[in-house]
Every structure is written in structure tokens, then in C-alpha cells.
Design a protein around this ligand. Structure first.
Ligand SMILES: Cc1cc2nc3c(=O)[nH]c(=O)nc-3n(C[C@H](O)[C@H](O)[C@H](O)COP(=O)(O)O)c2cc1C
Length: 275
């Protein structure tokens, strides 16, 4: 039995024993059936109102896993935006007479922030290919390796072909003792949850980089949502905001987005092909 007061042995054992499990058959099996729980003992089922239009929901609707990256350059602005969203510092807060507290883009048990963000980079504007550590307070990258290290990732990732042309691979590392000295083995769970928050921030920020045509994609989706709720004034304002940039955009997606914007004004039964 591991003594209760031992904060790390149990989680270290789990950590070392949860290395990739190469279940080839499952990997190659293609699509899966999602299982959904129907709990026993349901007393009532309460239908929920339609959620109101939201920029966050429009972003969530656009998020998807990308497994094929174009081998093109990423701007330093986009890399910076992703890093800031991942685990960056926000304006400090002060609670009562306590020391100012450095807020971050994710919640963290006990405000201990056990994670450290590293990025493998290639073809990022003004950045030598290499490995960097993200300095949260300085919002800067500390270079640790100066050659393209993507090939060294190949044996580590079963799905390496999906990421071989990506500009950034985030490595979310943890200093487990930072949090386990307070929470013991449970701090290990908290760390994994926090890493999930960071990953989601990156995913969402990745689909709305400034000046990217995909911002317009999110806004077109939002027009569609607002239109569906009959929020005419907001729809008109947002349409006016994006019509000009959409006309001017030379992105290969722009024509598709223009068509979707036109379609957003159609009544729902027409959109669904019922009329
Ligand atoms: C922890 C984790 C591990 C994943 N591993 C893989 C993987 O090895 N290969 C892969 O193609 N997708 C992987 N995915 C992506 C999932 O397949 C994907 O999120 C899921 O099919 C839902 O699709 P969506 O992200 O496009 O909505 C992973 C996702 C998570 C959260």
C-alpha cells in the first residue's frame, strides 16, 4: 500500500504506465460508434430552450481536428496569438490585501499553474526552426534548439504524418510537484484537466487568427445563427462588417463564404431543402 502522505508515487506509476498503447486494429478501424449513456431511473426529461447566438458557439462549431497542414509559412503574429491564448498572462488581480495574483487564460487548482508550454516550430515568420519554451511573464520565446526538430518527433508520434507540415507542435509539460505538494496524488488529475483547458484554448484561437479568412468564416456562421433567431439589427450590423472584407478577400474560401452568407438570409425550411 502506498502511504497516503506520499504525494507522487501513485501518480508517477500511472504516468510511466500510460505510455502510448499501439492498438493498431483500433487505429486503422476508421469511424467509431459514439456511445451515449441513458442513465437508469430517469424521473423526467426537460426540453431546453434553443441556445442564443454566441460568438463562442460559432467558434466551437468551426473547431475540428486537422490532419493535413499546408507547408506554408505562419506569421509570427499568429504564433504569438496562439501562445498568448494557450497559457498566457492576463492583467493581475488583487484579492483584498493579498499580493497581486497573475491571472492566466485557464483556471488552475489553487492558482498553482503547474504547466509549462514548449513549441516545436518550422516555417514561422522571423523564427528560426527549433524548440522554444514560452516565457509567460515576458510573452517571449526562449530558444532551446536551433535546428528543425520535426523529424525527431516522428518516432514519438504514431500519427506523425498528420503533423509533419504543421508550423507548431505544442508540448504541454508539467512540473507536477508544484501542484502535488498541495494536493498529493489528486493534483495529478488537476494537472491533466488543466492541460485540456490549454489545448482547447489553442484549438479555438487557431480558428480565429487576426486577418485570417477563417475569422470571416466564424462571423458568417454567427450571421446564420442570429438570422435564425430573428435578431435583425445585430444581423445587419455584422453583415455590413463582413461584406466588404469578403468581397476583397482573395482566399480560396471567400466564394464559398459569400454563398453561405447569401444562404443565411433564406428561411430555415428553404435551407433544410424542405421548400
Ligand atoms: C487526447 C486526444 C488524442 C487524440 N489522438 C488522435 C490520434 O491519435 N489520431 C487522430 O487522427 N486524431 C486524434 N484525436 C482527434 C480525435 O479523433 C477527434 O477529436 C475526434 O474524432 C472528434 O473530431 P473533431 O475533433 O474533428 O471534432 C485525438 C483527440 C484527443 C482529445
Amino acid at each position: 500500500m502506498i502511504p497516503l502522505e506520499d504525494p507522487t508515487t501513485l501518480s508517477l506509476l500511472f504516468h510511466l504506465n500510460s505510455e502510448p498503447w499501439l492498438n493498431d486494429e483500433a487505429y486503422k478501424g476508421g469511424s467509431v460508434n459514439q456511445e451515449l449513456k441513458v442513465p437508469d431511473g430517469i424521473i423526467a426529461e426537460i426540453p431546453l430552450p434553443r441556445p442564443s447566438g454566441s460568438a463562442l458557439m460559432a467558434l466551437l462549431a468551426q473547431r475540428h481536428s486537422c490532419r493535413d497542414f499546408a507547408p506554408v509559412e505562419m506569421s509570427l503574429d499568429n504564433a504569438s496569438a496562439l501562445l498568448a491564448a494557450s497559457y498566457g498572462a492576463l492583467a493581475p488581480a488583487r484579492f483584498g490585501t493579498q499580493m497581486p495574483f497573475l491571472r492566466r487564460t485557464v483556471p488552475s487548482a489553487g492558482g498553482l499553474f503547474p504547466l509549462e508550454v514548449y513549441v516545436f516550430t518550422q516555417r514561422v515568420q522571423r523564427l528560426e526552426d527549433g524548440l522554444y519554451h514560452y516565457d509567460v511573464v515576458g510573452h517571449s520565446l526562449r530558444q532551446l534548439r536551433r535546428e528543425n526538430v520535426f523529424q525527431t518527433l516522428e518516432p514519438m508520434f504514431y500519427t506523425y504524418p498528420f503533423m509533419k507540415d504543421a508550423n507548431l507542435v505544442f508540448a504541454i509539460a508539467a512540473v507536477f510537484m508544484r501542484i502535488q505538494k498541495k494536493y498529493g496524488p489528486r493534483g495529478y488529475r488537476y494537472t491533466l484537466i488543466e492541460a485540456g483547458h490549454v489545448a482547447q484554448n489553442i484549438s479555438l484561437r487557431a480558428i480565429e487568427p487576426a486577418g485570417d479568412p477563417r475569422v470571416l468564416e466564424v462571423k458568417v456562421a454567427l450571421v446564420d445563427a442570429l438570422e435564425g433567431q430573428g435578431r435583425a439589427a445585430e444581423t445587419r450590423a455584422l453583415r455590413e462588417e463582413i461584406e466588404g472584407p469578403l468581397r476583397a478577400s482573395r482566399s480560396p474560401y471567400a466564394a464559398d463564404l459569400r454563398a453561405r452568407l447569401a444562404e443565411a438570409a433564406l428561411p430555415p425550411e428553404v435551407k433544410l431543402g424542405l421548400r
